[in-house]
Design a protein around this ligand. Sequence first.
Ligand SMILES: Cc1cc2nc3c(=O)[nH]c(=O)nc-3n(C[C@H](O)[C@H](O)[C@H](O)COP(=O)(O)O)c2cc1C
Length: 323
Amino acid sequence: MLKIGRVKLKSNLVLAPMAGVSDFPFRALNRRFGCELAFIEMINVRSLSYKMRKTKKMLSTSAQDRPLGIQIIGCEEEFILRAIDILKSYEYDVLDFNAACPVKKVARRGEGAALLKDPKKLHKLLKLIVDNSDKPVTVKIRTGWDSSSINAKEAALASQDAGVSALFIHGRHRDQGYAGEVDYEAIRNVKKALDIPVIGSGDVFSPVLAKKMLDETGCDGLLVARGALGNPWIFKETEAFLKNKKIIKRPGIGKIADIMVKHLGSYIDFYDEPHGVKRFHKFFAWYTKGVPNVRTLRENAFRVKTLKGMLEIIESFRKLTYV
Ligand SMILES: Cc1cc2nc3c(=O)[nH]c(=O)nc-3n(C[C@H](O)[C@H](O)[C@H](O)COP(=O)(O)O)c2cc1C
């Protein structure tokens, strides 16, 4: 269905890299629900070169955690090369280069989306990565730096010329951050211009919006990001809808609570109790999104520090009636 270099995928739905989210337990959970290719959150090439403890933890994986994508971010050739070298001792399938991150601190260093302002530099860095990595290399871009400099097509053509095997495009420019309308037309223009697979990103929140992205852009695959937060069901639901327009019934409160308990348990195993519970705070809010009468539980969930406390809140959630 979707082919990234020599990596053949059965599904064209890809779990996006998400900083602070795409850790090993999160990927494992989504894989159980039908996700195939999944990314680790972006890793700075400098941190990777210094092999910091936090970075090593980010790279935790297992034999079942495949196919796996690693995304690097940076702009200094020396550190990029060192990072590629260090990654040679890791098992993974696709190496992505981030030219999309909108964060000010990152852009100020000339990294992430700032590279869109300099397609020649983007080309040079990508060529360096392609020439030195033994994995298929991909790139993630946005539509441009701001509304007056939409240059996704130019950046995409430069990337293809550098030898990347596929391109991910978030249909917003850097100034938009994560808000505002997705520019389907910009993605469609990139898709038309390239020979390599193009994977669209932006507001893939539901099977209907997934189909809209495919229909309006003609792209080859979809990156699922915020749509998977507290919603691992999105993979099966979207697959079914795209295949035969079948709408799978949304999970009820009991099922959501069951998954929350599993997710929380895997966080505590992977981190430790205080860190696992802390990391789960935002997930409680995501899992319970759209459920009525949940405000007090959410407020309590953000304060709780122990496994016992969080389990009690999940059990109180279970007692709510889903309408
Ligand atoms: C919490 C969060 C963290 C993100 N971290 C990354 C990242 O590390 N690398 C990256 O390329 N994109 C990152 N993104 C962007 C997503 O991969 C995706 O392109 C963007 O959210 C648009 O998709 P959506 O509208 O479906 O969420 C992040 C998004 C969110 C919400």
